[in-house]
Write a protein of this length. Structure first.
Length: 748
């Protein structure tokens, strides 16, 4: 699928009809509430909560909804349940009720916030059978509280009663809970409730330890996911029964798939059941950067749908590895995280811990960003992404291949997507079970070490290729089944044009994980070798130059090797496949006198290229995506981008030229296009927090136009400028003079 054919499909596959969000049409709150605020109440706050000031702050920041602590671990209203521990500073006050009433008077949506995961010592002694216990019967504890069991009456009876009480008292529009899924995957609960329920499902006792090769442990993993889905469904039945069909229980979810896995939250299944996703994902990591927030928004929208909303808790305080909850986050750090969220279709939700702060700087951060969002909200919702490249993931790959070390999955993904961002190539995260659903709008699928793949998923990928789509796969992609058990050969060996041999297959299963976690002094050799015609010393080993290098090696004309750092084994290659990179095995680094190649050249393939019909296939056993995430070597990122551009041919719908690290996101709306350009070039790109932004420009931008769109106007929503736009064939071209933090171009 090429050029205009692709672009028409890219729009139609998502649909083009925008829902009416005006309140007078009785659109439910979860479709029209675009800006949120939350003061996460501490136990002390009931003694000093200045409701009048916070009401002014709601107005200043243009919020349409607020999240107010109600109960769970601490109650902020006079609950009728004696074990529902009230704040020691509450007295006879109903702080939750007062705040809910004030918000409703101001026309705001109210979500009651809870924490169902833990309770007090008194509660534990009253109902010890409601709490999670270890293998010797001792209760699990956290921060002085006792961890409740998701399979006990605490979740099935007590929490539903609390939900009914809260809804009956204050009439919130819904309930949320950021610790709703109970004990995580690192611990097994052996309480009687779990033992009985698991025995009914598996006809066996609970596993005694974590063992991914044990069928019983695997059953426990799948069963634990199902238990959390039961909580989601049960709580929604309760809230709708108590508060009406639009009174939703919406939990909270992470922006990290690894975190979701550790908490037994199946994102795809949750999104099937959700009208809105509340995202508890407050800040960047140094490894992922701000750009991960936009990626997270797109990943969730591809599961949830683009017509639905994803508000995200955005910390105004120092969050992350060192969380200083009462100190203001530097404004540029908070702003860039929020802006990347906008670029990915996320809605803003400022978040403060506590209702009183001596560091008053944090009150200045949200207002200008929220006001800008209010003015430009129609360009930030009800839109569809435009991209020809889909990067494939699955939570099952995280679980059953990544197992206890998610870096085997996270690093290849991160390296591949960082390479695409550097190259300004738009992409979409595609779940492995949704390939058929989105195939018509894509020209390339990328499998970044997507190792654990089911037979059905392999068939979907094969269908994509048979229809003319191109494929890029790295590392051990498809070498394992959905349980993480090794196959005798790659599941898509015929598509890759490469096969394991018997000894190689066994070798993968025994030493691959050691390789992935290690660094070696190894290289990849480029073919054909050109150094004989490049200026430099001669030693007589230079082969005479012959032939022309493949286009994926563009930019590497003056070298015959690039760093690798990993390990490879021999593969059997099908006739007609091209191998432009081969493995140079490790040799010593120290002492320098010993750093010379023992085996300068092998036939072990690092990259295999094939073309079949309209499809272009690149299989890269050399996992340069993982290496790029680990070492950040430009050679790796540039080569990955070259491979994607070759596979995509002429279908990439965007070209942005200019300095700096710019994250690009292109969307369509009826009759217009919206392009986000986020400037990630800053003094703290790879280390948080930042406190200074570095302006970049100028930029020349080219956007491939969907069929039927003839643009007449260009507006830049951040600078307020109107620019000149020229159309040549299928491309619209324009300039952006300068980007400080971000720019949003509307082409209409």
């Amino acid at each position: 699928m090429r050029r205009r054919t692709f672009l028409a499909a890219a729009v139609s596959v998502f649909g083009d009809v925008a829902p009416d969000r005006s309140p007078e049409t009785q659109v439910p709150w979860y479709r029209r509430t675009l800006r949120w605020g939350q003061t996460n109440i501490t136990e002390k706050d009931p003694a000093c909560y200045d409701i009048g000031w916070w009401r002014q702050y709601w107005r200043r920041t243009q919020v349409q909804g607020v999240i107010i602590n109600a109960g769970g671990v601490i109650a902020y209203y006079p609950s009728r349940f004696p074990l529902h521990q009230r704040s020691r500073f509450l007295g006879e006050r109903d702080l939750f009720g007062e705040l809910a009433q004030a918000a409703h008077e101001d026309g705001l949506v109210v979500l009651a916030r809870m924490d169902s995961s833990r309770a007090s010592e008194a509660f534990y002694h009253a109902h010890p059978d409601w709490f999670a216990v270890d293998a010797v019967g001792q209760p699990y504890r956290s921060s002085g509280f006792y961890i409740t069991c998701v399979n006990s009456p605490y979740y099935s009876e007590y929490i539903p009663d609390l939900l009914r009480e809260i809804i009956g008292r204050a009439k919130p529009e819904g309930i949320t809970d950021n610790s709703w899924s109970g004990l995580g995957r690192d611990s097994i609960c052996y309480c009687d409730n779990c033992a009985k329920k698991f025995r009914a499902v598996a006809s066996a006792v609970l596993p005694r330890k974590a063992d991914w090769d044990d069928p019983l442990y695997r059953k426990w993993i799948e069963w634990s996911y199902q238990c959390r889905l039961e909580i989601w469904e049960r709580n929604n039945r309760v809230t709708k029964s108590a508060g009406g069909p639009d009174c939703l229980w919406v939990g909270m979810n992470s922006g990290s798939i690894a975190t979701q896995s550790r908490s037994f939250r199946d994102y795809r299944e949750i999104c099937k059941r959700a009208e809105i996703i509340l995202l508890d994902y407050q800040t960047r990591s140094e490894a992922n950067g701000f750009q991960h927030n936009a990626e997270t928004g797109k990943l969730i929208h591809m599961l949830l749908g683009w017509e639905k909303l994803i508000p995200e808790s955005m910390a105004m305080y120092q969050a992350g590895r060192n969380s200083f909850r009462l100190a203001s986050k530097p404004e540029p750090e908070a702003r860039m995280w929020m802006l990347e969220g906008f670029a990915g279709g996320i809605q803003p939700w400022w978040h403060h811990v506590g209702a009183y702060h001596e560091d008053r700087r944090m009150y200045q951060t949200a207002e200008p960003i929220m006001r800008w969002h209010k003015v430009n909200e129609k360009y930030l919702i009800d839109r569809r992404p435009m991209a020809s490249v889909g990067v494939v993931w699955s939570q099952r790959n995280v679980d059953f291949y990544g197992r206890n070390n998610h870096e085997f999955v996270e690093l290849p993904w991160r390296g591949m997507t960082q390479a695409l961002i550097r190259a300004r190539i738009p992409y979409l995260p595609i779940h492995a079970d949704d390939i058929d659903r989105y195939a018509a709008g894509l020209s390339v699928l990328v499998l970044p070490n997507l190792a654990a793949v089911s037979d059905q998923q392999c068939k979907a990928i094969r269908r994509f290729v048979q229809r003319g789509g191109s494929l890029i796969a790295t590392g051990s992609s498809t070498l394992y089944d959905e349980w993480g058990d090794p196959r005798k050969d790659f599941g898509l060996a015929d598509v890759f044009g490469a096969h394991t041999v018997k000894s190689t297959s066994e070798y993968f299963a025994t030493v691959e994980r050691k390789w992935a976690a290690s660094w070696f002094h190894s290289y990849l050799r480029l073919s054909p070798e050109l150094r004989a015609q490049i200026d430099g010393p001669r030693d007589g080993t230079e082969p005479p130059p012959f032939g022309k290098r493949h286009s994926i090696l563009r930019g590497f004309e003056q070298t015959d090797i690039i760093p690798f750092g990993g390990m490879l084994v021999e593969l059997q290659i099908d006739p007609g496949a091209l191998v432009p990179l081969t493995f140079v095995p490790p040799f010593p680094v120290y002492p320098p006198e010993d750093a010379w190649m023992r085996v300068p050249k092998t036939t072990v393939p690092g990259l295999i290229l094939r073309e079949t019909g309209k499809s272009r296939i690149a299989f890269m056993p050399a996992d340069l995506d993982r290496r790029f995430a680990m070492e950040n070597l430009p050679d790796h990122g540039n080569l990955l981008a070259n491979i994607v551009r070759w596979a995509a041919a002429d279908t990439v719908p965007l070209a942005v030229k200019g300095p700096g690290l710019i994250d690009c996101h292109l969307y369509s709306q009826p009759g217009q296009l919206v392009l986000h350009l986020v400037n990630l070039t800053n003094a703290g790109t790879w280390r948080a927090p930042i406190d200074e932004l570095i302006p970049m420009g100028p930029f020349s931008v080219g956007v491939r136009l969907p069929s039927g769109l003839v643009p007449k106007r260009l507006r830049l929503l951040v600078s307020g400028e109107e620019g000149n736009i020229s159309v040549r064939g299928a491309w619209a071209n324009f300039a952006v003079r300068l980007i400080v933090d971000h720019e949003v171009a509307v082409i209409e």
